[in-house]
Ligand binder design. Structure first.
Ligand SMILES: *Cc1c(COP(=O)(O)O)cnc(C)c1O
Length: 382
């Protein structure tokens, strides 16, 4: 299976004894043992479930990792990965982080685990590398970042982290393994919100962590069971089902987003368009090297209007739904100021260039011309 399209259709599963070409959903919470401790690999569904295992194997294959672990949400995956650390450890993290990750680090783990977090500018690879010292235990990046779609040089970060003996984690939710596989660059852990592109149909909340080495697989597998935030069998099945069309969906997301970003950039009412596939993007050259298949389906933009104009624009959209989340077949629009990043204090949001005029598009797989028409119509209202 040399092509990702083929691998994605088959990853994690071969027909079982019944010949079922699609994985069955095992709802059983426990598994009969022949003798105490003698069983076929499953004993209790928190520690292991065949349907979840299918998904986990598929994710490990798609990311090129030693193992994958599925969790009840992206944040459950992230919080379990953070359990790899000890109390008081130091993290270097990019400053343009998903709001929920920031909240978990800043509002929960600094208090409950004494984690010390040093934030560095997400688009400045050199600054990130400089911030990594022998005291750093973990380097946390997003690629591309949420919501400003900044790109870091993965290779440079791995080199700096290895010198310092720090573990590297990439939240690659926006990229998906179809566009980028951080483990192939030497990253230790990749995390995903399965809720987004991997499931792709806005009907599951889930998360995953994929690890590079068997040693990390052992440690994170232990923590998955010990902490317990596992993904349920039905959701696991739905994500496997969604995953099968990931390449098809990503190709259309990328094509649509490229066309819409270029169109938006030529519109009078649009002050700024942020898309890694545009030459105007500050890391466009790096993005071309790291994302040879396409630049993803996310676009951020700033309108040339006031807050009332932004609200008129949003209310004029008919196809783009105003909603949290991203990465599914239908197009969504969000205002990070009040939505995904509303948990950050106002000064932090402004310092990170998140203002009320910033809008984030999750471009779906509808026809691009219809999406452009929807945006054109709403722009007349600003
Ligand atoms: C949504 C998201 C998360 C959190 O995932 P949930 O499934 O909502 O818990 C983490 N990181 C990124 C980049 C996200 O977009």
């Amino acid at each position: 299976m040399t092509h990702p399209d083929t691998l994605t259709v088959h990853a994690g599963y071969t027909p079982d004894a019944t010949g079922a070409v699609m994985p069955p959903i095992y709802l059983s919470s426990t598994f009969a043992q022949q003798a105490p401790g003698k069983h076929g690999g499953f004993e209790y569904a928190r520690s292991g479930n065949p349907t979840r295992q299918t998904l986990e194997r598929a994710l490990a294959e798609l990311e090129g990792g030693a193992a994958a672990f599925a969790f009840a949400s992206g944040l459950a995956a992230i919080s379990t990965v953070l359990e790899l650390l000890n109390a008081g450890d130091e993290i270097v993290a990019v400053d343009d982080l998903y709001g929920g990750s920031w909240r978990l680090l800043e509002r929960v783990r600094t208090r409950s685990a004494g984690l010390k977090i040093r934030y560095v500018p997400a688009g400045d690879t050199a600054a990130i590398c400089e911030a990594i010292t022998p005291a750093t235990k973990l380097v946390w990046i997003e690629v591309p970042t949420n919501p400003l779609l900044q790109i870091v040089d993965l290779e440079a970060i791995v080199n700096a982290a290895r010198k310092a003996g720090a573990m590297t984690v990439a939240d690659a939710t926006f990229a998906t393994p179809y566009l980028l596989q951080p483990i192939r660059y030497g990253f230790d852990v990749v995390v995903h919100s399965l809720t987004k592109y991997l499931n792709g149909h806005s009907d599951v909340v889930g998360g995953a962590a994929i690890v590079r080495t068997p040693e990390l697989a052992e440690r994170l597998g232990y923590l998955q069971n010990a902490v317990g935030g596992v993904l349920d069998p039905f959701s696991s099945f739905l994500v496997v089902r969604g995953l099968r069309t990931l390449p098809l969906r990503m190709q259309q997301h990328c094509r649509n987003a490229q066309q819409i970003a270029a169109w938006l950039a030529s519109q009078a009412g649009v002050r700024e368009v942020i898309y890694p596939g545009l030459e105007s993007h500050p890391q466009h050259e790096l993005a071309k090297r790291q994302f040879p298949q396409g630049f993803g389906g996310m676009i951020s933009l700033r309108l040339d209007t006031d807050e009332a104009g932004v609200l008129r624009f949003l209310s004029g959209l008919k196809i783009f739904a105003l909603a949290e989340s991203l990465g599914a077949v239908e197009s969504l629009i969000a205002q990070p100021w009040t939505m995904s990043h509303g948990s950050l204090p106002e000064v932090q949001r402004l310092a990170r260039n998140i203002d009320p005029g910033l809008l984030r598009l999750s471009v779906g797989v509808e026809h691009a011309d219809d999406l452009v028409a929807d945006l054109r119509n709403a722009l007349t209202l600003i």
